[in-house]
Design a protein. Structure first.
Length: 452
């Protein structure tokens, strides 16, 4: 099918991965190891496997209840609240919450880590990095959805593959430690490691928390991009997004592997001291990862992590612009005009503010915003679970019949899916026209071949 009004599945995957892969995959993993011990890595991975169901569910809902606004497909939590729960006023409130969260509270987390990484590696003051970042984002915002998608499509796959490849290189150089590290991770995760025996609960808590930050699952932020995809059935995009959560956690695991295999980490005892202190005087976060890479290539760590952080955080911020656009489009039936410029300008100001202020305060504010939108999104997904199951059943029945699934909400008993009602009707009309054309061609051939 064509993508005139929407993005291709690959473009959508890159756009949503841009939102999923960010500071949490580097700095967040290091904090998880510091606070929860090496076992936190295993629980991050397990949590992500379980969370793929949530990624699938929220994406299916985003696709089912998407709308076409100004020639583009738009969808997300406000859309499935209005059309799925039939509560327009709640959808409007949630759209405002998302706009405030992604304009004011959340972008500072990415910008702060980005500026700190660049300053640590190249001694460039945070305010200069912030200024460059703001200008670059402004240029992309002016270009609209097309430019946002193109930036993500170009940067995300290249950087992701390179980062994972470098982690494999570090692993290969330290292959003799693989068994000891694996045994330690499982020992801490399940409580039978003598040194970390009392950290099971902490490992689970930090593993779950950082898994959410590293994959973006449950927040609903990836749904806005996923809903833009031009597919013939919502389940198709749901499966793609479940995969994208796994792709995101691979980058987080790459960070964790580099930390543990090179012993470039400390583990807090929760009382101001450390159970393990491999890096005396080194603050938890990106410096752990920088030390891990430095142990392999001396002097390369700070620069490599600064560049990786810059692009990971940059593409995440780009995806935030799209989220704000979509919520404005929901409220006003347009993502253009003075309201969009006002929101973009405010976001850029808060990105600058987040770049030059205390990391502790910025992350605390961001965590609070994430908590609010997570509770909202998960509650709505639970209420709309029957819609997800009916949509999945429709997909399975068509696959078993050997068909390329096409979603028909009337057949699937899903209400208020207006886009798909028109889509299914158009598909039937095109199929009927094709059948008539084939019949006409067959008759013409039979007349030509008839004996004289």
């Amino acid at each position: 099918m064509g993508y005139a009004s929407g993005t291709s599945p690959f473009q959508t995957l890159m756009l949503t991965l841009a939102g999923r892969v960010g500071v949490g995959n580097i700095a967040g993993v290091a904090v998880a190891v510091f606070s929860g011990g090496p076992g936190a890595l295993l629980w991050m991975f397990v949590s992500t496997l379980l969370a793929t169901g949530t990624a699938f569910s929220e994406t299916v809902l985003g696709q089912v209840y998407k709308r076409k606004i100004e020639g583009e497909y738009r969808g997300g939590a406000p859309f499935y609240i209005e059309h799925g729960l039939k509560k327009r006023w709640i959808g409007m409130v949630v759209a405002v919450v998302f706009i405030v969260a992604y304009v004011v509270f959340i972008p500072g987390m990415q910008a702060n880590a980005l500026a700190a990484g660049v300053e640590g590696a190249f001694q460039i003051p945070a305010w200069i990095t912030a200024l460059v970042l703001v200008v670059a984002l402004a240029v992309i915002a002016v270009g609209g959805t097309d430019r946002i998608v193109k930036v993500c499509q170009l940067i995300v796959p290249v950087l992701g593959v390179f980062y994972i490849g470098f982690a494999v290189y570090v692993l290969a150089l330290n292959y003799t430690a693989i068994w000891d590290v694996t045994r330690m991770v499982f020992g801490v995760a399940f409580g039978y490691d003598a040194l970390f025996g009392g950290m099971v609960g902490t490992a689970v808590a930090w593993g779950v928390r950082r898994a959410m930050h590293s994959t973006g699952v449950g927040f609903g932020e990836s749904v806005f991009g996923a809903a833009s995809s031009a597919v013939s059935h919502p389940v198709k995009q749901g499966l793609v997004q479940a995969f994208s959560a796994l792709a995101s956690i691979l980058i987080a695991m790459a960070t964790g592997v580099m930390l543990l295999i090179t012993s470039s980490y400390n583990v807090s005892d929760g009382a101001g001291g450390c159970v393990v202190r491999h890096l005396p005087g080194v603050e938890e976060g990106t410096q752990f990862t920088q030390s891990a890479i430095d142990s392999v290539i001396s002097g390369f760590g700070p620069a490599f992590i600064a560049v990786a952080l810059f692009f990971f955080a940059f593409t995440t911020l780009v995806s935030y612009i799209y989220i704000v656009q979509t919520n404005l489009a929901y409220l006003r039936d347009t993502a253009k005009g003075p309201w969009m410029w006002a929101c973009t300008g405010a976001m850029l100001l808060f990105i600058f503010y987040g770049s030059v202020n205390s990391a502790e305060n910025i992350w605390a504010i961001g965590d609070f915003a994430y908590a609010i939108i997570t509770w909202i999104n998960l509650a709505v997904n639970l209420l709309l679970l029957p819609v997800v199951l009916r949509t999945l059943r429709d997909y399975d029945l068509q696959k078993k019949a050997g068909l390329d699934p096409v979603f028909d909400p009337i057949r699937a008993r899903v209400d208020n899916a207006e886009f798909w009602v028109h889509f299914a009707r158009r598909q039937r009309e095109e199929a009927a026209a094709q059948a008539r054309e084939n019949d006409g061609s067959a008759e013409e051939e039979s007349r030509v071949e008839a004996p004289k």
